[in-house]
Design a protein around this ligand. Structure first.
Ligand code: IMP
Ligand code: MG
Length: 188
């Protein structure tokens, strides 16, 4: 049998998902925390129709668990941005890849994002969405790495605050791999 280290290197080079990445945040912890977040978001807007905007692709699993734990009227839309090349460091450039299907005027909007790292992506997103006239605009991020922040950005709901580690799984990728892990693991 291959050693863990060898399996990890091999999988990294081949860029294939591997079971050798141990859970850093388990599936159970994710579900517990996301259920709490869903209740918190609903408590802050009782009786309101909420419009959740999922930032593709990393936030897909977060969104799907979040809305299933949320009561009341909820609608969803999707947007895709790119802030990274194929590596683990930010290019600092944000591009809009896919726009929303619906307008935001008068809606109670919640941005649903996987992780806030430098904050550049979220800052850009908040600016362009605010300009579309939502009634309220709030942000929910599953993960936050505050030590990496380059710009001050407001995040209303944070699932987990983590150290400066590159994480994958539960929607988060490294070069499009590992999104299918049902938990979050550390890549480096
Ligand atoms: P920011 O613009 O530096 O805040 O980066 C935000 C985006 O970078 C996130 O939406 C992720 O797609 C990606 N990202 C940042 N850190 C990580 C990580 O640790 N794992 C996977 N993707 C990350
Ligand atoms: Mg993202």
């Amino acid at each position: 049998m291959m050693s863990n280290r060898f399996t990890f290197l091999y999988a990294t080079l081949r860029r294939v998902p591997t079971a050798s990445i141990p859970p850093f945040i388990t599936t159970d912890s994710l579900h517990t925390r996301i259920t709490e977040l869903a209740h918190e978001i609903r408590r802050d807007a009782p009786g309101e129709k909420l419009h959740l905007i999922c930032v593709l692709k990393g936030a897909v699993m977060f969104l799907s668990d979040l809305i299933r734990a949320m009561d009341g009227e909820v609608s969803i839309d999707f947007m895709a941005l790119s802030s990274y090349g194929s590596g683990t460091t930010s290019s600092g450039e944000v591009r809009l890849i896919k726009d929303l299907d619906y307008g935001l005027e008068g809606r109670n909007v919640i941005i649903v994002e996987d992780i806030v790292d430098t904050g550049l992506t979220l800052h850009y997103l908040q600016e362009i969405l605010r300009a579309r006239g939502p009634k309220t605009l709030r942000t929910a991020c599953l993960l936050s790495k505050p030590s990496r922040r380059k710009i001050d950005v407001k995040v209303d709901y944070i699932g987990f605050t983590i150290e400066d580690r590159f994480v994958v799984g539960y929607g988060l990728d490294y070069s499009e791999q590992y999104r299918n892990l049902p938990y979050i693991g550390v890549l480096q």
